[in-house]
Design a binder for this molecule. Sequence first.
Ligand SMILES: NC(=O)c1ccc[n+]([C@@H]2O[C@H](COP(=O)([O-])OP(=O)(O)OC[C@H]3O[C@@H](n4cnc5c(N)ncnc54)[C@H](O)[C@@H]3O)[C@@H](O)[C@H]2O)c1
Length: 295
Amino acid sequence: MNGAEWWTERAGLAGTVAIITGGAGGLGESISLDLAANGVQVALVDRDEEAVATITAELQRQGADAIVHTGDAREPEVLDALFDAAAQRWGRLDTLVNVVGGTFRAPFSEQGPRAWDALIRTNLTHVLHASSRAIPAMRAGGRGGSIINITTIEGYRAAPNFAVYSAAKAAVAHFARTLAVELAPDGIRVNSVAPDLTPTPNMLSIGGSGDGPHPMLDPLNATVSIPMGRVGIPRDISNVVVFLASGLSSYITGSTLHPDGGTLASSGWFNWPGEGFANTLPASVLAMLHGNAPA
Ligand SMILES: NC(=O)c1ccc[n+]([C@@H]2O[C@H](COP(=O)([O-])OP(=O)(O)OC[C@H]3O[C@@H](n4cnc5c(N)ncnc54)[C@H](O)[C@@H]3O)[C@@H](O)[C@H]2O)c1
């Protein structure tokens, strides 16, 4: 058996069915295309019409068997329509990937109940709804299944100015842990994937200064703040999703995988140029800051 045959047999993805929310743009695009490249029949929904048109053309070009809907995954009837269409076309469900999520920068003290509700609805509620649709469909197949939630590093550390987002994402990961245990007897696995900085158009719209390149994209930023010295690319995340959808992760459930270049592990240790790793400001940086401080 050669490597490709080994992968195909162990992964067991060809001919399976996956539903992906937010599957046309950003990380979702990479996830949908990588699953389809492995022979997975994908059904996705996305609210971005331009991204939907682009991925529809790409999936057609690849000859993939796919369902692409335009809509807001926070609306239960939009999810229902997608699950119904997949059931009608393929009569099975093996994988659910909940990609939809998002936030904005604001101190908690400046937010009110409307903002909290919006953040919880965008990051938690639709995960419950999609999971509640996926479970009976996976059970009916009797082949188990894999539910994968895209959370964030901010669910594992404090996230100043993103308090409700980070709480909602932490809730998703904890929901996944409990669900993993409840569904383990059915062979349905539930896991989370927690990226850190992985530039996508929408992600870069949070926190830029408006002029010039986004500071997060400055290579020096990555050198200092990310142990592996580079920001993530969508493929870093979709590789992990393909693994969790596949038979290669057959005994992993209730877990979170962290494709973040080491930032969760480093927790405040920065790799200062000329100084090396330190979890406090090195003397050279302190001197520079003092030198620049207003008199
Ligand atoms: N990119 C990062 O650096 C990063 C880091 C940590 C976590 N995440 C998480 O990964 C996920 C994807 O992030 P992204 O950067 O690709 O963001 P994104 O906003 O580009 O989202 C991916 C896709 O989802 C679609 N989408 C968003 N809200 C939707 C909705 N309500 N209904 C239907 N489609 C919707 C978007 O149109 C887009 O095509 C999010 O849950 C985010 O919190 C991203």
